[in-house]
Design a binder for this molecule. Structure first.
Ligand code: GTP
Ligand code: MG
Length: 178
């Protein structure tokens, strides 16, 4: 496997993409967050990513990860196609306290369907401390209905340990073929 790996964090607005990259990056994160005073969908935060986040992490074995975060809002969806180019894996974050977390997941599975089929992805469910439902079984039931085999992990996007675990799972899938 190449010792430089590009990974992309995607998922709905407020799911924690910017927080996750900030939690693990060993360089100061480059981000493009702006105040989002016009947004009603972002009740719990005041800033949103309009273009991308970028961070880096070197794993213990020397593999260098280039980490990109997409904007969550649909109106910036042209950036998704730009950022996914050349990526080796996808991390889909879902805000469990949103109004329709499974619907959010569905949207990102659909958006990135071609990429996921060719490479691999993991799903991280954030903010489970705020809303415990839907639980993990609901996610697996939904994936089962769609015959999609991807792992789902409860994560806190603010926690380095949590996000590193998610990334290690994704890299293991890439190395050993999902
Ligand atoms: N309580 C709780 N808060 C969390 C958790 N994960 C993330 N957060 C918070 O949720 C918010 C996520 O915001 P961002 O990281 O900006 O989300 P984003 O996905 O980059 O959002 P956009 O750029 O707007 O698409 C932050 O305020 C985090 O501190 C969690 O597991 N529990
Ligand atoms: Mg963001």
């Amino acid at each position: 496997m190449s010792n430089e790996i590009k990974l992309v964090f995607t998922g709905s607005a407020g799911a924690g993409k910017t927080s996750a990259i900030a939690a693990i990056s060993e360089i100061p994160v480059i981000n493009t967050d702006v105040r989002a005073t016009d947004l009603t969908t972002l009740q719990h935060k005041s800033k949103t990513t309009v273009a991308m986040d970028y961070g880096e992490l070197t794993l213990d074995d020397g593999q260098k990860l280039r980490l990109y975060g997409t904007p969550g809002q649909q109106r910036f969806d042209y950036m998704w196609r730009i950022l996914i180019k050349g990526a080796l894996g996808l991390i889909i974050l879902v805000d469990n306290s949103g109004t329709d977390p499974i619907g959010d997941l569905a949207r990102y599975l659909d958006n990135f369907r071609g990429f996921i089929n060719e490479t691999s992805a993991v799903i991280g469910v954030t903010r489970m401390d705020i809303s415990a439902e839907p639980n993990l079984q609901c996610y697996y039931d939904y994936l089962g209905e769609r015959s999609i085999q991807l792992p789902v992990f409860p994560v806190d996007a603010r926690s380095r340990e949590s996000i590193v675990m998610l990334i290690q799972a994704l890299i293991a899938m890439l190395e050993y073929g999902n």
